[in-house]
Design a protein around this ligand. Sequence first.
Ligand SMILES: Nc1nc2c(c(=O)[nH]1)N[C@H]1C(S)=C(S)[C@@H](COP(=O)(O)O)O[C@H]1N2
Ligand SMILES: [Mo]
Length: 270
Amino acid sequence: TQVKKYAQVPVGPYSGALHPTDYEDVANYTNYYEFSTDKKSSTVLAKNLQTSPWSIAVEGEAEKIGVFNLEDILKNNPLEERIYRFRCVEAWAMVVPWIGFPLGTMLKQFKPTSKAKFVEFTTLYDPKVMIGQKTNVLAWPYVEGLRIDEAMNPLAFLATGMYDETLPNQNGAPLRLVVPWKYGFKSIKAIVKIRFTETMPATAWSKMGPSEYGFYANVNPEVAHPRWSQSRERILGASIFTPKRKTEMFNGYGDQVASLYKGMNLAKQY
Ligand SMILES: Nc1nc2c(c(=O)[nH]1)N[C@H]1C(S)=C(S)[C@@H](COP(=O)(O)O)O[C@H]1N2
Ligand SMILES: [Mo]
């Protein structure tokens, strides 16, 4: 599917006065294991993914469950732009002008019940196109999750586009999550299912390496990944002579999200 230009969209709240990373860097250095573990190959491999029409199944602890066309969801969720910092667990950092809508606003439209304590997201499973799904680098389909209060936080965002255009396939078209205070792997791509649950979802990365990838995955300079420090980050696209910068707690979004984790030991609940 080809990208399409959006008409001007308004800038939403929490959008930082940040200088966006070059489009070419963001679009050609991606993590998308359904296609490849190589950050440059997904650009080509993902071209075959058909992203329209697209439907999303809504299941579990909500009053309004069923299968919904993405187009209908978009009618109820006006687009806005959010310029966010993004931080991958492998320590690269970038700034992306996403286009989309707040996750919480959309979730409320499905009327979650009082039993909905978590939200689980699932990526498309189609190994004929997503050829990386023929390998077992991860347990397929890719699953991610948020606690319901994290999902309702106004920073949590669903993106349909970036840099004034619809998302290129390798960045998660037609709909991907963006959780700017967490490591990149929480920001699941090509979402086909949203399930409200009472219990904490088992996520693809925590199944693969429970000691390395926790459920919360908040950006935290003090908690090292078992194989490397998380205290510094590398700016994507910067020259190799540019010094790394210090990682910020919650990727710099502490004012908006620190209260979600009051009383938790973030070294244990990583
Ligand atoms: N379905 C799916 N979503 C995914 C991934 C993936 O492999 N499959 N990789 C994650 C990881 S590790 C990161 S860092 C971000 C990268 O987003 P970007 O490639 O758009 O920069 O996507 C996340 N979402
Ligand atoms: Mo990542």
